[in-house]
Design a protein around this ligand. Structure first.
Ligand code: XMP
Length: 516
């Protein structure tokens, strides 16, 4: 364990992971512990500082979660955030009271005294609050350093014992200079060095996976997307032949996708890879299905059936006990709502819905603490090629939701070719990395054209490219006309089946990114 570790004790706040991420951004190693962790464990792990996270409970309620009281005798700095500061107030001899109403949203932080936490920062600051209780009387040794309209003790400290408390949330982007406050805690107060890099994360993650899995066998549904690819490369590094990846070709993949996955994982990463060609089964089940939601359901069910039957065929030395998934932190907490009620936005999410229960497998989710950009950095550290790591998102139901209406092998073929041309032109012109997602859509509409001296009556290809930061909202990408011209001209000339190309200029909302 690194001497530089900052322990984040989790009291159930959805911001706990955000705190850990902010610390990683400062290149300091952080580890999230259950709030029940013993001070002995923290001492043995050599932690450099402790952060008590926020949480939904009230310290005044019976049975509300508490840390080991000995955390305050470890001799390392302790920072309480929100619920964490109230714990300090309650456990160190002060008094916590209900504030009469929830303080929710922005407040103005006025500085009243100097503090190492505020070093180099000038007030007042706009800070973001979300709490019902507040520290009404400070514990002995503490003083108030800054206050907001509603909270006299918005930032408190006992500089002798190196205990600090913050009533607002410095970790969210909505708190001005919040990162600088955290930086002061890490570098001025805990005296950490900024020396933690992604390679260190790989080493820690590999050790964690080995510990969790032991000698058991792990299976992973590889889709070729960023998340499952990074998870596969990481788990392979940790346990090698104890991992089997299953790649299901559902007939709805992009041009050359299956070959690319085979080359990469079987060839370069030496992964046990089972490729199942289930395209006939999927396309058979989808015949005549036009409704987008019905398409998704059919594909979901079929995937479970195929995956399940493939896993039964695995003859590993040890029992298959784990199902690995590339679940990310934002999949677990889909959106961290700043304006709405945080608890209301929490949505549990499984990439392969229904599988673990049915197969009686335990879940292995080595990316669950990471955000998308961190997963990409991890992928690069593991040696995955840039094109794979920075690939645009691709929906689970694949091209099924990009062939509007009836899905046929011919339509899929036509679409694949056009899509590959569009992506090729975006890459060549340097636009690919500037957009969130770009793709072609097959429209079941035929229009008249003229090619040479002949009349054509073919289908329409829609091109869609959007900018976005999280797919929740998106704008159509203002691509240069020249790029659109080239893509359109190549598609019409090279792809038999399309004689017209349109560019989608709708934003989300009110439209969605995909057409179905
Ligand atoms: P929409 O079309 O809802 O898409 O604006 C938002 C993001 O989600 C992707 N998407 C899906 N991903 N299964 C998935 O795994 C699906 O059924 C699905 N539908 C949409 C879409 O590509 C975009 O990135």
């Amino acid at each position: 364990m690194s001497k530089q570790t900052i322990a984040v004790l989790d009291f159930g706040s959805q911001y706990t992971q955000v705190i850990a991420r902010r610390i990683r951004e400062c290149q300091v190693h952080s580890r999230i512990y259950s709030h029940k962790v013993s001070a002995e464990t923290l001492r043995a792990d050599g932690v450099r500082g402790v952060i008590l996270s926020g949480g939904p409970a009230s310290v005044r309620a019976k049975g509300s979660p508490r840390p080991d009281a000995a955390v305050f005798t470890l001799g390392v700095p302790v920072l309480g955030i929100c619920y964490g500061v109230q714990l300090m107030g309650e456990m160190l001899g002060g008094k916590v009271a209900g504030s009469g109403h929830r303080e929710y949203g922005h407040g103005t932080l006025n500085f009243r005294a100097g503090s190492d936490l505020l070093h180099g920062i000038r007030g007042p600051l706009r800070v973001w609050n979300s709490h019902g209780d507040k520290v009404a009387r400070l514990p002995r040794g503490f003083r108030a350093v800054a206050s907001t309209e509603n909270s006299e003790h918005a930032l408190i400290e006992d500089s002798k014992r190196q205990f600090f408390g913050i009533q607002f949330h410095p970790e969210v982007a909505h708190s001005e200079r919040g990162m600088d406050i955290l930086r002061n805690f890490l570098f001025r107060i805990c005296r950490c060095k900024a020396d933690w890099v992604m390679d260190d994360y790989v080493a820690t993650a590999v050790a964690d996976i080995r510990r969790q899995v032991g000698k058991a066998h792990v299976i992973l549904g590889l889709s070729g997307g960023v998340d499952s690819s990074v998870a596969a490369a990481l788990i392979q590094k940790a346990i090698g032949s104890q991992l089997t990846c299953v790649f299901v070709d559902n007939g709805l993949l992009r041009l050359g996708e299956r070959e690319q996955v085979e080359r990469m994982f079987r060839g370069r990463f030496k992964v046990n890879l089972r490729v199942v060609d289930a395209s006939k089964a999927f396309l058979g089940k989808l015949r005549g299905v036009q409704d987008p939601e019905r398409k998704r359901k059919v594909i979901g069910h079929e995937f479970i059936r195929v995956f399940d039957s493939e896993v039964r065929k695995i003859r590993s030395k040890t029992k298959v006990e784990f199902l690995a998934q590339g679940t990310l932190y934002p999949d677990i907490i889909e959106s961290i709502s700043i304006d709405g009620n945080p608890a209301a936005t929490i949505k549990s999410h499984h990439n392969v819905g229904g599988l673990p229960k049915r197969m009686k497998l335990r879940l292995l989710e080595p990316l669950r603490e990471l955000f998308k950009d961190e997963v990409r950095a991890l992928g690069e550290a593991l040696g995955l090629p840039r094109e794979m790591v920075w690939r645009h998102p691709f929906p689970g139901p694949g091209l099924a939701v990009r062939v509007c209406g009836d899905i046929t092998p011919e339509r899929l073929d036509i679409l694949r070719k056009a899509d590959a041309i569009f992506i090729d032109e975006l890459r060549k012109s340097g636009q690919y990395d500037k957009v969130w997602q770009a793709f072609a859509v097959f429209l079941p509409v035929r229009t008249v054209g003229v090619m040479g001296d002949e009349r054509t009556y073919d289908h329409v290809c829609a091109l869609r490219a959007v900018t976005s930061s999280d797919a929740m909202t998106a704008d159509w990408a203002h691509l240069p006309y020249e790029v659109l011209r080239k893509a359109s001209s190549r598609i019409i000339n090279e792809v038999k089946g399309f004689n017209r190309v349109c560019y989608d200029i709708s934003s989300k909302p009110p439209s969605t990114i995909e057409w179905e």
